[in-house]
Design a protein around this ligand. Structure first.
Ligand code: ATP
Ligand code: MG
Length: 328
């Protein structure tokens, strides 16, 4: 179980001086400002959950993951992972978790992948039989065989992330922290990564907290999303709830027999899409589809074709980021 209570992280950033001899002055009298990257975040994650941690660039996702993994010491608040305080009980904590940063490998650059695995086996004192079993399973599920004997520096990004994922799980941790595991990975490799994560969650009950900018990850992988915005949590719940709360907008694409009519209704937006074709965006809590259609008919030429779309999750996430979590 993972518990964050009022978790806060403030970075101290050196401010460059301005004017004459700025570089020298900065060096002699450095001035700092504080930036609160994570601002009183609270959540708890049960064993066996797969939780997506989402938010714009700079929202505070990686900073949170680093505090949960014990890499960073929180400025305030509390964090407990399986009853341990990550930055204090580091050694014991590391046995319980696996961490992957999509942007950065934790493997040895010049060493063949298989040797990296063996080093980890020794570090974590994994029994040989257990190691062989894991190696076999991960090699199969992540298709590692083609590059097991290559040094990490020779791997493509997708191969490297797969190797990193296998490495993070060599010691059978019950918790996995993934910071953008699918970044820059092609669609086929992404699918393989997702299936792998689902499999180890289902078969071994591994708890997963992952950050991602990929809406397909959110839809296919997670049962719960936590949205962080400028360091604070603005939503915690399932995807359906996210849709209900933020995805009120519907989009109706209309093809007319003649020209598009002019439509002016409160809160309704229109987009011209070409000859006699127009999209109408409206809040389904304010207008029913029927009312919308009636208004359109009153406004002008006969309708030849209609397509009605729900706001897709990508649109919803975009709206949330833009509005900073205010219900739209
Ligand atoms: N080591 C650091 N020193 C100073 N400021 C930092 C440091 N690391 C991150 N920050 C700042 O803290 C804020 C949160 O950064 P963080 O890396 O947690 O964001 P993120 O949600 O992971 O973003 P992204 O989606 O771009 O990965 C940002 O404003 C960032 O500039
Ligand atoms: Mg990040």
């Amino acid at each position: 179980m993972i518990i964050a209570q009022d978790l806060t992280k403030t970075y101290r950033i050196a401010q460059p001086a301005e004017g004459r001899f700025a570089a020298v002055r900065s060096l002699l009298h450095p001035r700092y400002i504080e930036r609160r990257a994570v601002d009183g975040v609270s959540f708890s994650i049960e064993d066996g959950e797969i939780v997506g941690y989402i938010g714009q660039n700079g929202a505070g996702k990686s900073t949170t993951i680093k505090m949960l993994s014990g890499i960073l010491v929180p400025t305030g608040g509390e964090v407990k992972v399986n009853g341990l305080t990550p930055h204090k009980d580091r050694k014991e904590h590391l046995r319980n978790i696996g961490v992957v940063f999509g942007q950065k490998t934790s493997l040895w650059w010049d060493v063949p992948v298989i040797d990296s695995f063996r080093i980890l086996k020794e570090m974590y004192r994994v029994e040989e039989s257990r190691f062989q079993k894991n190696l076999e399973l991960y090699t199969e599920l992540l298709d590692l065989a083609p590059f097991l004997n290559q040094p990490v520096r020779q791997l493509s990004l997708g191969q490297r992330v797969r190797a990193d994922l296998a490495a993070a799980l060599m010691h059978d941790p019950g918790i996995l922290f993934l910071d953008e595991p699918t970044i820059g990975v092609d669609v086929v490799a992404k699918e393989r990564l997702r299936n792998f994560i689902l499999e180890i969650n289902r078969e071994r009950g591994v708890t997963v907290l992952l950050t991602t900018h990929d809406v397909v990850d959110m839809e296919k992988l997670v049962n719960r999303v936590i949205v962080i915005h400028t360091g604070a949590i603005i939503y915690d719940g399932d995807i359906r709830g996210l849709r209900e709360r933020y995805g009120r907008q519907r989009r109706m694409v209309l093809q007319f027999e003649g020209d598009c009519p002019a439509l002016s209704l409160p809160g309704v937006k229109t987009e011209k899409m070409g000859e006699g074709r127009m999209a109408v965006l409206f809040d389904q809590h304010l207008f029913t589809v029927d009312e919308m259609l009636a208004s359109v008919r009153r406004a002008g030429s006969p309708i030849r074709d209609i397509l009605i779309q729900d706001a897709d999750i990508e649109q919803i996430v975009r709206d949330i980021y833009r509005e900073g979590g205010k219900a739209v």
